[in-house]
Structures are given as C-alpha cells and as structure tokens.
Design a protein around this ligand. Structure first.
Ligand SMILES: Nc1ncnc2c1ncn2[C@@H]1O[C@H](COP(=O)(O)OP(=O)(O)O)[C@@H](O)[C@H]1O
Ligand SMILES: [Mg+2]
Length: 262
C-alpha cells in the first residue's frame, strides 16, 4: 500500500497524470482577411511530466506562440490546452490568472528581476504576492542547487547576467510549479553563464522532478533537453529524443537544405 502522504510532490508523477500539459488541434491566428497570419496550425502535443522539452524552429515558426498558449499567457483561436486535467482554454480571466500564479513558472529572457529587491526577495516575491509561505527546506534546496547561497543579499545590479538568470530560475522553481516555461532563457547569456543555467535546469528535472519547456534556437542549449520538438510554419514537423548538439545541428542543416530546394 502506498499512502498519498509518502508520495513526493516532485519525483515520479506525484499522483498527477504523466502528461503535464497538452495541446489539442490548437490554431492561433493573428489579424483577419489579407493580413491574417496563422501562427499555429492545428497543433497536437503532449508535454511529458518530469521531462525537459526544447522547442526549436526557424524565426516566425510559432515557437513563442505555442509556449504562450501552453502557458495560458495567450488565448487560442480554436482547440484546447490542458494543464494536467484542467482545460485552461475557456477559463475566465480571474481563474486563469490564479492558475498561472499557482501552477506555472516562467523564466523570461530579460530576467525580469526587481532592481530594488535583493536576490532572495526576488526569489520569494511571487509567493509573497500570492500570500503563500515558502517551504523553507525547499527554498534552501533550490538556492543551493542554483549556487546562490552566498549571493542572496545582493541586488540584481551586483550580480552577473548568469547569476541574475539563476535568480530568475530559482524564482520560478521556488513556488514548486507543475511546469516551467522559458522563452530563450539563456539567449542573453554568454556561453559559460548559459551552461550554468542550463545545467541547473537539467538538475532540477533530474533531482527535483521538475517539468520544463524551453524555446531555443541554440543546438547546445537543446542538447540539455530530453526531447526536441521542431516547428515550421505553425506545425510540429519533427521531434528528437536524447538530442546531442551534433544531432540537433545536423537536423537543422537538413531542414535548411530542404527549405532551399522546395
Ligand atoms: N501579436 C502578433 N500579431 C500579429 N502577428 C503575430 C503576433 N505575434 C506573432 N505573430 C506572427 O505569428 C508567427 C509566429 O510568431 P512567433 O510565435 O513569435 O514565432 P517564433 O517565436 O518561432 O519566432 C509569425 O509569423 C509572427 O509574425
Ligand atoms: Mg519567439
């Protein structure tokens, strides 16, 4: 007999379904008439819980749109998005805001830290706003994993870009969201700082059971993921499991070559 109490919230599926998020026949169109752009064209995708998924594809292929729709930051034109068992398409604004606050974490390319708060205050800010007390043990584990223990009293302008992004990652993790989304979270970092952040995201999946979806155009960044989804013209056209930087790069060259001859 397993008791619900002994099932960790992270690691395993914690009593939740094995699919953290789903898109079903999702269409997202911008504009109307001659200026209508179909950014997502009947997309079906399952995001596995406890996995690190990368989304790749040429500029304008719909990567950010897909991520924003999955994260409930943008509405869909038609189709459904589910977070675990909850259909988020069709939720009213207030419920959606609540769901985003309580169940989803975000890492933005521009860090989005508050300059007047120190690192620790930035990390706990979303929970402070939500009126939730951070779990002290968990917070310590997150801070230690990100390697920020000695920097907690520093303000953003006293931290390097890599450290600031690690604060943003810790902020996303601290509230123990079901899923974390990042749109090119290492896009503003040099390769060393980027590797630090990616290594940490990887460990949060391996050690903490986190689910992560990351948009990137960088084959090295994608190689930290368990699975890469390739978008083109608003459709998922391919996927790769256990990617390496070389296999991802080869696949990209392949797409480019096909693009040129078609
Ligand atoms: N707010 C918007 N208004 C009109 N068109 C948009 C808007 N956002 C994105 N698009 C269009 O949707 C398509 C997909 O964009 P996006 O998801 O940002 O692509 P990616 O992130 O892969 O570069 C592009 O053709 C883009 O021009
Ligand atoms: Mg984008």
């Amino acid at each position: 007999m397993t008791s619900a109490v002994t099932i960790p919230r992270h690691g395993g599926t914690g009593g939740r379904t094995a699919v953290a998020a789903r898109a079903r026949q999702v269409v997202k169109a911008y504009g109307a008439g001659e200026t209508r752009v179909v950014a997502l064209d009947h997309v079906d995708v399952d995001i596995a819980r406890g996995q690190f998924t990368a989304i790749m594809g040429p500029s304008g292929s719909g990567k950010s749109t897909l991520m924003h729709c999955l994260a409930g930051l943008d509405t869909v034109t038609s189709g459904q998005i589910y977070l675990d068992e909850t259909e988020i398409t069709g939720l009213k604004d207030k419920k959606l805001t609540q769901l985003r606050r309580d169940r989803i974490g975000f890492i933005f390319q521009a860090y989005n830290l508050l300059p007047t708060l120190n690192a620790l205050e930035n990390i706990t800010l979303p929970m402070d706003i939500a009126g939730r007390k951070p779990d002290k043990g968990w917070l310590e584990q997150v801070v230690e994993t990100v390697g920020l223990s000695s920097r907690l009293k520093h303000r953003p302008n006293q931290l390097s870009g890599g450290q600031q992004q690690r604060v943003a990652v810790a902020r996303a993790l601290a509230a123990r969201p079901e899923i974390i989304f990042g749109d090119e979270p290492t896009g503003n970092l040099d390769s060393r700082a980027g590797a630090e952040v990616l290594g940490f995201l990887r460990r949060s999946v391996d050690d903490l059971g986190q689910t992560i979806v990351m948009v990137t155009h960088d084959p090295v960044a994608a190689s930290y993921a368990d699975r890469v989804l390739y978008l083109a013209d608003g459709r998922i056209v391919d996927e790769m499991f256990k990617p390496t930087a070389d296999t991802v790069l080869d696949r990209m060259k392949d797409f480019d070559a096909r693009g040129r001859t078609s």
